[in-house]
Design a protein around this ligand. Sequence first.
Ligand code: Z15
Length: 797
Amino acid sequence: MKDQDITLVTAETLRNEILRHLKLSIGKDPSHASLYDWRMSLSLALRDRVVEPWFASTRKTYEGKHKRVYYLSMEFLIGRLIEDVTINLDVEEIAVQAMADLGQDYYKVVVDEPDAALGNGGLGRLAACFMDSLATLAIPAYGYGIRYEHGLFEQHFEGGQQTESAEGWLAQRHAWEFERPEVTYNIHFGGYVSEENGKSNWNPAETVLASAYDTPIVGWKGQWANTLRLWAAKPVKLFDLESFNRGDYIGANAPERLARTISRVLYPDDTTQDGKELRLKQEYFFTSASIKDLLRRFLAEGNKIEDLHEHVAIQLNDTHPAIAGPELVRLLIDKHDFNIDDAIEMARKCLGYTNHTLLPEALERWPEDLFARILPRHHRIIQMIQDRHLSATGSDIRIIEHGNVKMGELAFIIAHSVNGVSALHSELVKETVFADLHKAYPSRILNQTNGITPRRWLYSCNPALRNLITDTIGSGWAADLERLQNLNAHLDDTGFLQAYAAAKTTNKVRLAKWLKDRNDVTLDTSAMFDVQIKRIHEYKRQHLNILETIALWNEIRDNPTANWTPRVKIFGGKAAPGYVLAKSIIRLINDVAATINNDPVTKHLLQVVYPENYNVSMAEVLIPASDLSEQISTAGKEASGTGNMKLSLNGSPTIGTLDGANVEIRDHVGHENFFLFGLTAAEAQEKRTEHGYSRRAIEASPRLSRVLGQIGAGVFSNGDHHRYSDILHNLYEHDYFLVSCDFDEYFAKQREVDAVYLDVNRWTRMAAANTAGMGWFSADRTIRSYADQIWDAKSVT
Ligand code: Z15
């Protein structure tokens, strides 16, 4: 690929473009412009520079009749875009200069942008990383999702307890999107199915409009741009004038209210599904609009419907868009005269399904009566898909069972490919949730280990390390991350290690300043920054981490003059608003922080910080500053993890279990550069069959017994003995996640970490070896693999 002229821009031209937008798009004079005005103007000027490559990409795809990938996802957790676009267009210095010439601080403008938080966690962020890599690899692709008015809630702590408030990113104009009022589809719900001359007719009861908003996603060096198309729900009829004329002013607004509810808010549950009608409507809403849209594009290009699979690959990001199968079958039958068997076969050739979890509470099931009421025609089509599956395979696995429609089984059966997201997870998919379907379709399950975009998660968020890497191995690694292996030749070079450590210190100082400004906390930047950032969930075991923190505190107090390694324990993450035990864990962390941070005996050696409202942009500050990455989930429960990859790539060795992608990270960075502890997935499963295992483990561990005793005695809750009885009860009586069983080994491994950290050279070498070994985890590698093995899609050169 050769660089296009379009990215050639000077500070002067960019400055003039910003000024032009300030005047003509925002309607402001420079002397009266606010920070917001400057941010809008800069964003619009940058967006202009994406439009040419975007058009050129569309044109090439059309002219070359290239296959397109459609990535259907309920969530796209993209975060901020100014820095992302600037870096991808390679104009950061120019942008800094242009803003400076206008008397503005570019970085102040960058952090004024609200995060586009249209996702909960890993699944949504993965979709965003994939969009980045698809554009970088010049694979024609569309992301399809929902334009939620409110993204993930904002988290606050009140007295250490999580409270939530609505997020409002669209209260301000979203500079990056193009509204497409002409691109709309009618989406139907409810009603009944009638039969006429052997044809089924869906007579829906309700209709809403899906209206498109496009955001261009530009790849590395501006060589290609794809589209993220998000659907907003609007009323078919804006206003009920009849009601209004009757004097019913509230009734007049009813159509509007009903429709807009659908794209109003992102469901805040990570890996639990609550079976609510609105959620099912959201899923069908965006899936149906997307399928109709891709069919329209396909037919508009003069293609024959029989060739659909040659031009279209649809990937289902979890089961949330699994209704795409029956919807495509329905449209092929009703609008294109397919018979049911051909329609199913065609749908299968187009569809792939990615599984992201084995947790039973996350597997989507809809009560059949609810499902049949909202989607009566799809209900019947699913029965037909099921009948054909049963008779073709002799399997007895049903999609509809015990009054539930099981979306995992539907997705599995209607797709030609099913993939897990790490090697271990994909094996467990074969052995557990889909064991029987795997027997019926033995070549269907593949593995595609997750990846992360190195542009956002190293190049952009960690300039100190970025510059050192480029100085050491040359440029070009950001789009060819395996080149980081060339750092291995420098791991015994003292000058390199010193520079590596200096880059880490720069990032720790940056974080310390950020926390000082934000929360007025002071950090000792020579202490080890020990980081656990992710959604709060029992399986991720933040409670294991805080229990170990208390045990360490005890031991420092017992022996304050020993050679302790100073640590700052940093937590970040939100709990689903309805997840009571996760909220209890948050409160415990905050209570422990309040106690420990005020202990004059230990405060210079141990500190706990938990900044509220963890999100993508907070991750961009925390990750480069981390020394130690906590990846301590119960083995067999974390499908992959991607934060584990970001931290290791940024020179933060892992303390972790053999779970998800940890297994592969350890193999890539070297076993000697990874702090392994804990039961394996098989041992964990075995342990659960031993009666009374948790109480026995607690009784066998004086250290853990002491900690749990302190919590029960109210040491961290002003003498309140009951504040944490839910956590304690859970640990003593069930402990499904095996905190008690892994505790002692975790504590011991942490002391090993302490010892290595005191040896600065050894630690830095380990950190640098992590960076050097992580190239394989680029999402570019992941996307190439999906393109080859699942989509049969090619890069356009
Ligand atoms: C989610 O973020 C993940 C799985 C889910 O089933 C849902 Cl609903 C949300 C996460 C996994 O927990 C994590 O291990 C994985 O890395 C991520 O998806 C991306 O695959």
